[in-house]
Design a protein around this ligand. Structure first.
Ligand SMILES: Cc1cc2nc3c(=O)[nH]c(=O)nc-3n(C[C@H](O)[C@H](O)[C@H](O)COP(=O)(O)OP(=O)(O)OC[C@H]3O[C@@H](n4cnc5c(N)ncnc54)[C@H](O)[C@@H]3O)c2cc1C
Length: 461
């Protein structure tokens, strides 16, 4: 395992008498292309102990709801089966009520030789354990630590990533465990079966008013199906139509990347293979998947406060401050924005797409964010609204991409533009521009139909 991926999280030594190596899954819910699992497996083999994996789903997480619980639970049965096939143990703790214990990690760690977890800038929670503990970065193709300072824009990180890609754009070795895990599951373990997910979700003390996505189902299987659909039907359209929401030319892999059911490394290698055999050009897609995505991880890792306007470049902070009191053409409360009740039918459709599907098409997502800035009393209020909407409805939210791209609306990773009201030198977007460049009415009709029927014809089967 390249040491660039591994970060030691505490000074405690390996416990020689430990019964297993514990892999605490926080971000990468897969057996395939998982450097953290591979590292945990290697460590277990070298200590001649089995591997035990632990995952938890907590009703106490902010904004825990039917949407996120269902999406998460849909992937559990499959992951349990894949780990069993590998020879690893798997314990899943579903904390249903706030009165229930918060976690079983410390208990499992007491008997572990070492703990391995996913090193992820926005998803990793640190829990103190009294045994050797490392975080492994398996979320990016080029490990975040290889670029050890904050990059200021795509143009500055792109050459660094391209230089490092030949080293890291390679399939990892398959993990083979020497010792099978054979102990019985603890009493608090929940074995999740697909047929029982609805009842499990109902039994949890969470927000039942935010319903499941009409479009995305959780789990590795659906991640693979989205990738296959993209490669066979959409890759050839991507460069030309990625900014036309009604054309459905993008991969829709962001929820699966965020939940770790698929790795960007695997997607990039499969895309290169398909492009080579089909004589297609994949550069635009790989630019988003690798350069833009890893720029966001770089930002989230190295900025002190990734969810704050303080992380903006100085020119953006100054220009927003200068225009903070400019009169706004329209002002909406957070409640009106959340309910998609503005004068702008396109914007309302984007907000409904977020609520119905659980994400917004990338091109209109920029428009969505820019208008929230324009229609909020202050930039700080706009930022809070955007984060709140992502926290409540976005299946790809709480990601490095969430914060980097929301802040992009305020000037992050961008350059100054001609000065205008409200935005100052920050780039603006207009409904006229959207109408000129995209099929606005088709998109509005598509979202209205999903709202009317409660069904998304573009859902992957
Ligand atoms: C205001 C705003 C908020 C956003 N919030 C999120 C978020 O919460 N989570 C999220 O994953 N993305 C977010 N994005 C970025 C982008 O819109 C989504 O990644 C993209 O729309 C996902 O759809 P897709 O998988 O079909 O993308 P594709 O076009 O198929 O791209 C493939 C992958 O590349 C990455 N990617 C694509 N566009 C970008 C980008 N601009 N920056 C960084 N990586 C990119 C994503 O991982 C994506 O899944 C946001 C953008 C804006 C403007």
């Amino acid at each position: 395992m390249a040491s660039e991926r591994v970060r030691v999280l505490n000074p405690a030594p390996v416990r020689a008498e430990g019964r297993y190596v514990l892999y605490w899954i926080q971000a990468n819910r897969r057996v395939e292309y998982n450097h953290a699992l591979a590292h945990a497996g290697d460590l277990a083999n070298s200590l001649d102990v089995p591997l035990l994996c632990y995952e938890e789903l907590d009703c106490g997480q902010p904004h825990a709801s039917d949407r996120f619980h269902r999406f998460h639970l849909e992937g559990v049965e499959e992951l349990a089966a894949a780990l069993k096939k590998l020879g690893a143990g798997y314990c899943f703790y579903l904390r249903r009520r706030r009165a229930d214990p918060e976690t079983f990690l410390p208990l499992l760690a007491e008997e572990a030789a070492a703990v391995v977890t996913d090193d992820h800038p926005t998803l990793m929670r640190e829990r103190p354990v009294a045994v050797h503990c490392v975080g492994v970065d398996s979320s990016c193709i080029v490990p975040v630590s290889c670029i050890p300072e904050r990059a200021y824009a795509a143009y500055s990180i792109r050459p660094k990533i391209k230089r490092l890609l030949p080293t890291f754009l390679k399939a990892p070795r398959r993990t083979v465990l020497r010792r099978r895990y054979s102990a019985a599951a603890p009493p608090w373990h929940t074995a999740v079966r697909e047929s029982e997910i609805a009842a499990l979700v109902r039994s949890c003390e969470i927000d039942h008013s935010v319903g499941p996505s009409l479009t995305y189902r959780g789990g590795r299987r659906y991640a693979e199906r989205h990738l296959q659909r993209f490669l066979s039907e959409r890759l050839r359209l991507y460069a030309r139509l990625k900014n036309e929401p009604s054309a459905h030319a993008t991969s829709e892999l962001s929820p699966y990347l965020h939940w770790g059911w698929i790795s960007p490394l695997e997607i990039a290698l499969e895309t290169e293979r398909t492009a080579a055999t089909g004589k297609l050009v994949a550069d635009e897609f790989l630019e988003e998947l690798i350069v833009r995505r890893e720029l966001a991880f770089n930002f989230a890792r190295y900025s002190a406060r990734p969810a704050s306007l303080e992380s903006l470049p100085r020119w953006a902070q100054e220009t927003l401050r200068k225009h903070a009191r400019d009169p706004r053409p329209y002002l909406y409360t957070r409640g009106q924005l959340c309910a998609a009740e503005t004068h702008d039918a396109l914007w309302n459709a984007t907000q409904k797409e977020m609520r119905l599907r659980g994400k917004i098409h990338g091109y209109y997502r920029m428009y969505w964010g820019k208008k929230i800035i324009e229609w909020s009393r202050r930039p700080e209020e706009a930022l809070e609204t955007m984060i709140e909407i992502h926290d409540r409805w976005a299946l790809d939210g709480r990601d490095p991409n969430t914060y980097a791209n929301i802040l992009w609306c305020f000037g992050l990773h961008d350059r100054p533009w001609p000065e205008r009201a409200v935005f100052g030198k920050v780039r603006t977007m207009t409904i006229e521009g959207m109408r000129r460049k995209t099929q606005v009415e088709r998109y509005i009709a598509e979202i209205a139909e999903i709202e009317r029927t409660g069904r998304d014809p573009f859902r992957v089967q």
